[in-house]
Design a protein around this ligand. Structure first.
Ligand code: SF4
Length: 446
């Protein structure tokens, strides 16, 4: 029989993006403050929290599979499901064995109340009670780099994307809140802060006069203002921007990145397609030429910057010639890294209704063809740094097989090298000594 404290042992698992990982950390901190204990292993918990993702059908499947795994591991445990899959599919999830509570994304700050043996009947009253403090973190468990969420929601309407349906309208955090959180994390020893959001570049666009009156923000602020304000935060750390849409990359931002040594020379700018017809069908507000000109503008100011990107293949109507345009465009742009996604039909999106689906086998072959081009582009980018020293933030875990140290440079090159444990969590100079298509090997000489 468990004691009262034992029955408060939780295990939390996160699927999906950096925003979700941030929110899991925030829920973890709320629970720890409320007297719950975190279990290092799935086998020892009485409470399972799953923070789900719904970006693809595979993510939905993984969410359901993980709920099943939790229940099989401990059939008596309470399972709480939150995150984007839970947001739209609460009815399906609530019937799965073991699921006690479903929390909307906006209710994640109520995790402790919900778990405090609140009977189901009382939950409605709880939900109508005034909202709790917004999410806030002071640590980032199992991470060398800390993600700081600066906004939620998306103002765009890409035809394939379900995210705006589950994350809703723009909601920016105040500059003060962000700065307070960054200061705390830097004081805690984090050497890299990754500013993250659902639509990062739109930060501040929702600060209207009402919010200003309530002390939430100032009108006219933009992402670049956070970066400027971060200059005043003391400490040895660097700042990275997570994924940012092309339209938000303004000259002021490029200018600032070119001058401020603390900002990582890396931009992840989703391309999705290099073909104008497909970009238009996707409702992406630019052409391939616009994208190319943007990259040229950035590289003109910051020569060694890493441009990484996402490409979505197999979008409905993507012909062989549309795909070839994307392939050629990727070779021309030469990203340092490319995440390739295969189209996944999401209910409620514009693309859900589109005809001319691309067959699975064709999509798979396109994936391989694009992947080969992406690896070659990555190799060409990394080769520029051969024999150069890069500042690498060393991860707190060694590589599983070879037992090497590993870490990321400011320009997002993952480097493997030998060295003592003392380097973990520090930023150290590493000379790039060798490359393969997949790996970059370096040497640390103290
Ligand atoms: S910008 Fe487009 S792809 Fe990104 S979250 Fe918004 S709608 Fe989805």
């Amino acid at each position: 029989m468990n004691s009262a404290t034992d029955s408060k042992r939780f295990f939390i698992h996160t699927l999906g993006c950096k925003v979700n990982q941030y929110e899991s950390q925030a829920m973890r901190e709320i629970l720890l403050k409320a007297g719950f204990k975190e279990c290092p292993s799935i086998n020892m918990a009485d409470i399972y929290i799953l923070n789900t993702c719904t970006v693809t059908q595979a993510a939905d499947r993984e969410s359901r599979h993980t709920i099943g795994l939790f229940h099989r591991t401990n059939p008596n445990a309470k399972i709480v499901v939150s995150g984007c899959y839970a947001e739209r599919n609460a009815d399906d999830i609530s019937f799965l064995p073991g699921v006690e509570h479903i929390l909307k994304n906006s209710e994640k700050n109520r995790i402790a109340e919900v778990l405090d043996d609140t009977p189901r009947s009382a939950l409605r009253a709880l939900r109508s009670a005034p909202s709790r403090e917004p999410l806030f973190i002071t640590d980032f468990k199992d991470h060398t780099r800390a993600f700081v969420k600066i906004q939620d929601g998306c103002e765009n309407a890409c035809a394939y994307c379900k995210v705006p349906l589950v994350r809703g309208r723009l909601k920016s955090r105040s500059l003060e809140d962000v700065l307070r959180e960054v200061r705390g994390l830097v004081d805690k020893g984090f050497r890299e802060i990754v500013l993250t959001g659902i639509c990062l570049g739109a930060w501040g666009k929702d600060f209207d006069s009402t919010m200003v009156a309530e002390g939430v923000g100032l009108t006219g602020l933009a992402l670049v203002d956070i970066l400027i304000a971060l200059r005043k935060v003391e400490g040895d750390f660097r700042v990275r921007l997570s994924s940012i849409e092309p339209k938000y990359i303004i000259d002021d931002l490029i200018e600032l990145m070119s001058k401020d040594e603390r900002i990582c020379r890396h931009l992840h700018i989703p391309l999705q397609s290099g073909d104008d017809e497909i970009l238009a069908r996707m409702n992406r507000p630019y052409t391939a030429l616009d994208y190319k000109m943007l990259i040229e503008r950035i590289r003109g100011k910051i020569e060694d910057i890493a441009i990484t990107t996402d490409v979505l293949i197999g979008f409905p109507g993507e012909s062989e010639s549309n795909f070839k345009n994307t392939l050629a465009f990727l070779k021309e742009i030469g990203p340092a890294r490319t995440h390739i996604f295969t189209f996944s039909k999401r209910e409620g999106t514009a693309a859900y209704e589109m005809r001319d689906e691309v067959g699975k086998d064709i999509a798979r072959m396109r994936y391989y063809r694009l992947n080969a081009a992406s690896l070659a582009a990555s190799y060409i980018y990394r080769r520029k740094f051969l024999n150069e020293k890069l500042d690498v933030l060393v991860e707190t875990k060694r590589t599983r097989r070879a037992g090497l140290l590993t870490g990321y440079s400011g320009n997002y090159i993952k480097v493997l090298f030998e060295g003592p444990d003392e380097l973990m969590g520090k930023t150290v100079p590493v000379r790039i000594e060798g490359l393969t298509l997949l790996h970059t090997v370096g040497g640390y000489d103290g």
